[in-house]
Design a protein around this ligand. Sequence first.
Ligand SMILES: *Cc1c(COP(=O)(O)O)cnc(C)c1O
Length: 373
Amino acid sequence: MILLNPGPVTLSPRVRQALMGEDLCHREPEYAALQAIVRSELLSVYDLQDDRHAAVLLGGSGTAAVEAMIASLVPQGAGALVIENGVYGERMSRIAEAYGIPVRRLTLAWGAAIDVSQVERLLVEDASLRAVLMVHHETTTGRLNDVAAVAAVCKAQGVSLMLDAVSSFGAEAIDFDGWHLAAAAATANKCLHGVPGAAFVIARCDQLKANPGRGFYLNLSAWYQAQEAGGTPFTPPVQSLLALREALEEHQSQGGWIGRQALYRRRSQRIAVVLDRLGVSPLLGGDETSVVLRAWQLPVGMSYEFLHGALKQRGFVIYAGQGGLAASMFRISLMGDIGDNDLIRLEAALMAIFDVASRRAEVLPLVPRAPGI
Ligand SMILES: *Cc1c(COP(=O)(O)O)cnc(C)c1O
């Protein structure tokens, strides 16, 4: 079965094999060595140095890392402006509110581009907003948000910027210094091709030192201090970290984030050619979408359940639209160990399924949906 959902991903044989590594006690030097390598390799993905940035590892899924970042690094007493144009932006607001952080939401239609002049206006109007929280790749629609533009406004206003980079870390450009990011949160099992269980926040050291953090388990300050001393405050997901170490080596040997971006782009373009021939329109244009995942309009007359079921029978798992987009769209993610043969099989499967569907629908022909949202 090839997973075309946005994580967890189809594992490569070497990453799967790494799960069979030796048993480790997390209070022994063997674990400390593993943790140190993973932390430093995570910084290397974007050429960061450990005097300015730190990778803080956590047990949990991507949301745990996003929650830890928000709970720990939004300054005490400050409000946060949250930019929402999909499920994950909305989730950032709910997390901040759960910690009692005053939230100002900039709510946009799902998939809409961010208008930075609105961000600027809100920050100028309300000086209590000291942090901006946003999603880099909004997996709901595939939109790659323009972080550079928001970052320029944040820099000018002296406001810290925190990124949910869960579905972009390792495959899209993230300019930690140029964007002056306070932190970015991500996970092992998306573009890095590891297994679920390990998540992480990459933060500026000055931010980690300046903020005492909120909460208990997801308080980054505790994890950071323990990890800097070679330890860990709680039981870590040891096997996930063994797999992540292997996945990071594989990532580096395949050309790092630039190599992975190129790989996903090639996959995305191949699938776009086939779907275009079948009359399926993308939700967003090629310059607006990430390379990681693309959302497609279901033809009128074809249900998601039909397409999902027919593809699953042929060995592929696709992903539904969320919320209001569930009936009209499907998503194909390109992360994971997908071979050329798999892509050839996928192309053949799509053509066969659409052929059957259009013959079944002779009375009620399949009509391509108009592009756009
Ligand atoms: C996958 C994802 C998350 C986290 O989801 P988990 O199920 O907690 O791993 C957060 N943000 C974005 C943008 C995502 O794609």
